[in-house]
Design a protein around this ligand. Sequence first.
Ligand SMILES: NC(=O)c1ccc[n+]([C@@H]2O[C@H](COP(=O)([O-])OP(=O)(O)OC[C@H]3O[C@@H](n4cnc5c(N)ncnc54)[C@H](O)[C@@H]3O)[C@@H](O)[C@H]2O)c1
Length: 409
Amino acid sequence: MSNGKRVLILGGDGFCGWPTSLHLSQQGYEVTIVDNMVRRKTDIELGCQSLTPIATIDERLRVWKELTGKKIGFINLNVAEDYHELLTVIKEIQPHEIVHFAEQRAAPYSMKSPRHKRYTVDNNINGTHNILCAIVESGLDIHLVHLGTMGVYGYGTAGMVIPEGYLPVKVDAGGKEVDLEIMYPANPGSIYHMTKTLDALLFYYYNKNDELRITDLHQGIVWGMATPETMMHPALVNRFDYESDYGTVLNRFLIQAAVGHPLTIYGNGGQTRAFIHIRDTVRCIQIAIENPAPKGQRVKIFNQATETHRVSKLAEIVSQITGAELRYYSNPRNEALDNELVIHNEQFLQLGLNPTTLSEGLLEDVVEIAANYKDRINMGIIPPVSRWREDIRLDPAGSDVPVTDNRIH
Ligand SMILES: NC(=O)c1ccc[n+]([C@@H]2O[C@H](COP(=O)([O-])OP(=O)(O)OC[C@H]3O[C@@H](n4cnc5c(N)ncnc54)[C@H](O)[C@@H]3O)[C@@H](O)[C@H]2O)c1
């Protein structure tokens, strides 16, 4: 049964967008996906493919309709380039909600070359600005939910707990101490992360000037790949990236363990990151669209992550479960060897999220699924190939001891 709410999912063919589209459709939302299929084309550029065989978008939607009776619409357009088509879609569909996943989302891909840097900025910034501009031009009261990243905070935290977007500060105003709440200082660690911090300024401006209702979700690294809906039929299976540009750390470790590749730890594995399971991603999006900021209130920011882990610890856990070998690679990123990360995420918990945290069972499930598809794996594209600077060493072979110096001397 439809709940009468129309949702546009921009980037709805991707890793997070596809399971979200199915989940919201299952919950009674009238879903239309907008995607230009660039992610599938990037696979060709990188000489890789999703570990899981993914059906065409037409086949995905046909099977979903056949199984559930629910129709999901699809429109192929580029939100960063096709402004008038986007505006027409918004005016015709009149969505209550727009969920924006449609960005180039891999930090290593954004650092590959000047072309990749420029593409990431053009695609992400123009896309986000076109969406905001089109919402205003449509004259409709649409709530925008954007997928941002925990990486906007940077990974040097002065020993404090990272708040949800806004930082209370005291400033000296001519000898008088004044309390303020400011946006947490942006500290991007890659061109990709920089586009997310620029997105945040665009949101700030359009919220202030045009009173747009906006929620920015600072999401952690997503792991796992299956949700109840994607498991309903082979044609609904989600994509699963394992190569070194788009594959994310925990999912990569699980696949490496499944195919007998050593776990690729960068540096000494001292990086601490925030994580969320894909099942919680789709629930968080539903919670976010059901709890929009009222008109006239500032941009709502949630930390969409359920736990933090040090990479070396994650590798040990995966190794204990699977027997995988640990291997250390010169870190292709320009970042501190070690960092701490403690985050606030109370807003989603208060709104009813029951987090799916790391458990042996769930980790084993992913390894098992990965093992089923291991014939599709190209081992040659597992080691890192993109680096943050020319003087950073790329290290396809790795070593059996931690690597603490990543520079070319
Ligand atoms: N995957 C993660 O671990 C993770 C973590 C934090 C945040 N996020 C954020 O979530 C969002 C979705 O990530 P994902 O993992 O699903 O990425 P993805 O690359 O799998 O999906 C993005 C989708 O957007 C589409 N797209 C990109 N540019 C477009 C454009 N200009 N016009 C139309 N469609 C376009 C792509 O074709 C793709 O289907 C991103 O914004 C990302 O920054 C993801």
